[in-house]
Each structure stands twice: as C-alpha cells, then as structure tokens.
Design a protein around this ligand. Sequence first.
Ligand code: ARG
Length: 285
Amino acid sequence: MTVSPVTEPTPLASAVQKRTARPRRFLMCPPEHFAVTYAINPWMDPASGADRARALAQWERLHEAYLELGHQVELIEPVEGLPDMVFAANGGLVVDGRVYGARFRHPQRRPEGPAYLEWFRRNGFTEILEPAHVNEGEGDFAVLDGLILAGTGFRTEQAAHTEAQEHLGRPVVTLRLVDPRFYHLDTALFPLGDDNIAYYPGAFSPGSRAVLQRLFPDALVAEEADAAVLGLNAVCDGRHVVINAEATGLIAQLRRRGFEPVPVDLSELRKAGGGPKCCTLELRV
Ligand code: ARG
C-alpha cells in the first residue's frame, strides 16, 4: 500500500488573498497654523515644542501618499487661531452624501464646527444636519457597510449617536472608550475594508469589547505597543493601509492578512494626539 504525502496548507495561503482598493475622496486641512498651545488630551504638552515646519512637511507627504494611491483630496482653508484644525476627521461625518456636522467638546476647537459646515455648504452638500449634541465627527464614528461604530466616553455624547443614526439612516452601535490616551474612537479602531476592523481592546469597556468580539470575530486585534504610537489611527482603502511607521507589529499583522501597509511619519502631529486618520475626513458621496 502506498501512502500519498499529505500536503499541509501553508500558513501563507490565506495571506496572499487579493485585496481590492476602492478610490476615495478625502478632505484635508494643511497645518499652516498648527501648534500645541493647550492640552485637551494626554498627548498634548505645550512645552513639547511642536515644530510647524516639520508638521507641514510630514502632512505634505501624507497628502502625496493619498494622491499616489489614486485618491482624490480636497482641501479646506485653515483658520488662524485654530491650531488643531489640521485634524479634519473631526470636522464632520459624511455618509451617502449626507453630512452630520460636528460640535466640539472643548472651547478651543469649537469654532471648527461652523468652519467645516461652511465648507460642506459651499461644496455642493445639501443634506446637512447641524448637530444638537456634542460629537467630533469621524474621530468618533467609523463607517462600515452595514453599520456605523461610534465612540463615547471622552468627547462625543451618546445622544449624538442616535442623532447621527436618524440623519444617516444607518444603524449606529455605541462603544465606550475608557483609556484617556485613546480619547477618540479613531485612535483605537479602524475599518479594514467594508466589513471588518482592526482594534486595540484595552481602549474599550468590557461590554464594548464583548460587542466587538461578537460583531467582528475575525477582527485584527492590535497590541498595546502599536496602539501607543497611534498605529490604529490608520486609513484603509480596502487594500492599502496608510499607517504610522512606528507601528511595526501592526504593520506586520496587516501584511500577513494580505494588506499593503503604506507607512508615514507624522511624529510631529502626534504631539497633538493625532495621526494619519485624524488628518483625513472621508467624503462618502
Ligand atoms: N488635539 C486634537 C484634539 O485633542 C487631536 C485630534 C485628533 N483627531 C482625531 N480624529 N483623533 O482634539
């Protein structure tokens, strides 16, 4: 009797599955007035000496990376006296062409809400809701095909989740953030394609962790070391993942799953608590 050799599937077999990118439309704000002059999250220290010229150069590189990947980027005029306006993700939430406006928690950033709303009005958006509740736009909302994940605990009020659901007509699932380093949802979680996510469990309450496990049994679970360099503040187009270069463990995990990491250096903007995703608002039209 001859025994035919058993061929073990190689662990790489699943990793080489082809991922497909979908071109995106983004809104960004050049950090022309960037500075760290106040502290509204644990990353910020006005004594850190954030360098605006360096921040601008790093931001330019991010902008270029999007263009090289074939995405379309629109720009909003930065406003003097609003040093955090570079974090465009906080400027609103756009789903199916409908805009849910932002209402900032801290007085230092409050004028950004109307500035972004004005941009939407001038750029052809008509279904715009001026929010009644505090919410910091895509900073606290992650959009997937079937649902929107929403953070609360530090910035966005839970009532805003209901308000967004009503305006956008997509189910919104509330998640509770518990670690002040990860004060916005987008510092701890990002969508991987349209139906999966990557996240750092330590940022969430036990109940929210259980919700994420149930909704996304195949999620990419990130390590604290990668979360601690804001590695989860990444932008995935379905195939490429624009991500902080220091998040080396997460970058390797993404590669193993067949994604193509595009590392960027935003170390200067991290002094304000932001990374690539914070600088990027997706216009889903
Ligand atoms: N300094 C800004 C703040 O604390 C950083 C915002 C980062 N944006 C984000 N989407 N996580 O509000």
